[in-house]
Design a protein. Structure first.
Length: 186
């Protein structure tokens, strides 16, 4: 199935999603990679607020390249999500609803996704120009000193994504190969 979602999202918005479904995501998406995640944890440890509203938010693990003249953003392909595994459960427990990246996630992240009714969506790796074409507006909101890893507020329209971890505990990296083998054997 294909779904259209607009951020911020609720648990009810995400409840119908199953692994392998496609999502066209619109609304606000924040960018953050490992250096920004580390700083977010430092803020939380100090009892301070995050630089964006976390409830129902979507975080895209990307460090975009500089934009060319007349473009909103440069190439914006996903980075490996596993580098955020140490931080993701805490953010999910605080209300983050959507993670966007590429690659498998650890058991703690999978448990936090199911516990919070959240999702992990895959962006197509190696297709940074395609992902960038969904971005309508970009604003750096903090930690500009991190360069490409600064936290950005993106406004996106119909960003094409695939459900990897669903709110029900499904993991496409586990179910996908099994389904493939079953279909190939019949």
């Amino acid at each position: 199935m294909q779904y259209k979602l607009t951020t911020p999202v609720t648990r009810e918005d995400l409840a119908p999603l199953k692994t392998g479904d496609t999502v066209l995501l619109s609304g606000v998406v924040y960018t953050a990679r490992d250096a920004a995640h580390k700083r977010m944890m430092e803020l939380l440890d100090a009892g301070k607020d995050l630089p964006f509203p976390v409830e129902g938010s979507a975080l895209y693990y990307v460090g975009p390249t500089p934009e060319r003249p007349g473009e909103v953003i440069g190439s914006a392909g996903p980075t490996t999500s596993g580098r955020m595994d140490a931080y993701s459960p805490r953010l999910l427990d605080l209300g983050q609803a959507v993670m966007i990246g590429k690659g498998a996630r650890n058991a703690a992240v999978k448990e936090a996704v199911a516990r919070n009714g959240a999702v992990y969506l895959a962006a197509l790796g190696g297709a940074g120009a395609l992902m960038a074409s969904s971005v309508r507006k970009l604003e750096i909101i903090c930690w500009e000193d991190l360069g490409c890893e600064a936290v950005r507020r993106l406004e996106v329209a119909d960003m094409p994504l695939t459900v990897i971890l669903d709110p029900h505990g499904g993991d496409l990296y586990e179910s996908g190969p099994a389904t493939y083998l079953e279909r190939g054997a019949t």
